[in-house]
Ligand binder design. Structure first.
Ligand code: MRU
Length: 356
């Protein structure tokens, strides 16, 4: 078995070379291409173009990216340093609107600046580096814990349906929705995983299948419109999906197509779980209606992956990258602090109170 892909880091910092190092996810599974990004425009583009993608990986990349921006700032005093830093932060923050991990990571770095204004600039730069590295290190631990809690929800041999890629490639290790599967593999367990291809960018077909096969998991690829059929066949014991932003009431935003799966799961009586770190839960918004949904270019639907454009030239295209699953369709939200159950306005608040 070729498990080479699992040995690569999706996001890393090469501080000596002042580079953000990413595995270009747009080229997978065909080519394993490593990008070394040194300027802010390239980092912005890599996030926008999904060369680095998945909420936690975006957060980690943004943290390293902002540290690199800060490292290059030549400023004589704190005020000037802060103003240039803040502009770099706002620039990176504009790369994608939906995953809260982006602003969460950038804010963590900005707080380092705010809390250390008495230090000199070279000391502050070191602290920014430490914080960015910490975001990545913490992510590995969070994903493992999510995997532990997720594993309590399934048993050896179960069929799991997943959507998009919320696996190792979207994080630093293990993933979120796929963490229980990878952790289960470490313990000699076997699952039958069904991956939605996930139109239009095919994160399920290209990425989830790739990393699961590399881990020796029995993996079946289905088109998004086949989910109902596999549930009806009785092949699915649970649906595991990731998330990009969860509101305080448990409404969960994830890759477009997730909410449809939740509706199907309810109809067929299949438990539907959202797995994600607390860094993806945005307690500042009451419900999913407040989440900004990224709209992507029409060509992703009409041209990408096809030899020739497949739709009439003048057709209107609606291409939202995410949708929101209503909390009432969600059986549980699996975090690194445990599994939140309905009513989520209470259980998520309890998790955050305990976290404090
Ligand atoms: O547009 P993408 O590929 O960044 O969307 C990714 C997802 O929707 C994932 O499910 C989510 O970010 C969780 S990744 C652990």
């Amino acid at each position: 078995m070729n498990n080479e892909i699992l040995n690569y880091e999706s996001v890393a910092l090469d501080d000596d070379d002042s580079a953000l190092v990413i595995l270009d996810q747009t080229e997978l599974p065909g080519e394993i291409k490593i990008l070394r990004l040194k300027n802010q425009k390239d980092i912005w583009q890599a996030i926008y173009k999904l060369q680095v993608r998945g909420a936690p990986a975006i957060g980690i990349a943004a943290g390293f990216g902002l540290y690199l921006a800060a490292k290059n700032i030549q400023a004589d005093d704190y005020e000037e340093f802060f103003s240039q830093f803040h502009a770099a932060k706002e620039y990176l923050n504009s790369s994608r609107p939906t995953a809260v991990n982006l602003s969460w990571a950038l804010n963590r770095l900005e707080n380092v600046l705010i809390n250390n204004r008495d230090k000199n600039i070279s000391e502050i730069k070191k602290l920014l580096r430490d914080e960015a590295v910490k975001i990545k290190d913490e992510d590995i631990l969070m994903c493992r814990k999510i995997g532990e809690y997720g594993l309590t929800l399934i048993k050896d041999g179960d069929g799991i349906l997943t959507h998009c890629n919320a696996g190792q490639l979207a994080t630093s290790k293990y993933g979120t929705a796929l963490a229980p599967i990878h952790l289960g593999r470490e313990r000699g367990m076997n699952f039958k995983v069904y991956c939605d291809e996930t139109r239009p960018l095919l994160q399920g077909a290209r990425l989830s299948t790739f990393e699961l096969i590399a881990d020796g998991v029995e993996t079946t690829l289905i088109c998004d419109n086949m989910a109902s059929q596999v549930m009806k066949n009785g092949w699915i014991n649970a649906v595991f999906v990731g998330c990009d932003r969860v509101a305080a009431n448990g409404d969960a935003c994830n890759k477009i197509g997730t909410s449809g799966l939740a509706v199907l799961a309810k109809y067929y009586g299949v438990p539907f779980y959202v797995l994600g770190p607390t860094s993806t839960i945005d307690m500042s918004i009451k419900n999913g209606r407040e989440i900004i949904i990224e709209q992507r270019p029409a060509e992703e639907v009409t041209e990408m992956w096809y030899k020739k454009r497949m739709a009439p030239k003048d057709v209107k295209v609606y291409n939202p990258a995410f949708d929101v699953t209503d909390n009432e369709l969600i059986t549980g939200i699996v975090t690194e602090y445990g599994i939140a159950r309905p009513p989520y306005s209470e259980s998520l608040k309890k998790i955050f109170d305990e976290k404090k």
